[in-house]
Write a protein that binds this ligand. Structure first.
Ligand SMILES: [Zn+2]
Length: 155
């Protein structure tokens, strides 16, 4: 459950850091897309918030995929970002890809890790952090302080 907030806060932090360099559209839409990208991969986990929020779609996704499988792969990240860029807006597609990348980064630091080249390889990126453990809680606090600090200097 904590990991949800870690992913969201990483997305908020990234948005605050890049928003002034964003040149191609509505900033609020970019913000929402980065947040979407930062939580969407967990649609493959039945107990995740994004899975619950998406109802039948989330149920079907979780039924036919395993957690941290296809929806946590570069194949999914790149193909969905390319589709968004082709059919809608390449700047927003970049935001989606940024959110996805942050999600991969966050999951890549956990003990469970992620198979970024799934389904082509079993290669896994993993780290020492236990999901919901003290290190992750400290990371969430650090991200909250970072976001507050950035907002303080913006105002
Ligand atoms: Zn994940």
């Amino acid at each position: 459950m904590v990991l949800f907030y870690t992913h969201l806060l990483m997305g908020v932090t990234a948005f605050l850091l890049i928003k002034d360099s964003f040149l191609g559209g509505n900033t609020l839409i970019l913000f929402l897309i980065i947040l979407l990208g930062s939580i969407l991969p967990d649609i493959d986990e039945r107990r995740s918030k994004i899975n619950t929020w998406t109802g039948v779609l989330g149920y079907v996704v979780a039924l036919f995929s395993r957690h941290r499988g296809f929806f946590h792969s570069l194949l999914f990240f790149i193909s969905s970002s390319l589709v968004m860029g082709y059919y809608w807006n390449s700047y927003y597609a970049g935001g989606l890809f940024l959110g996805y990348s942050l999600h991969l980064l966050g999951d890549g630091f956990t003990r469970q890790g992620v198979q970024i080249f799934y389904p082509f390889s079993d290669f896994k990126i993993s780290g020492p952090i236990k999901v919901g453990g003290i290190v992750e809680v400290l990371l969430v606090l650090l991200l909250i302080v970072t976001v507050a600090g950035i907002l303080f200097f913006l105002i």
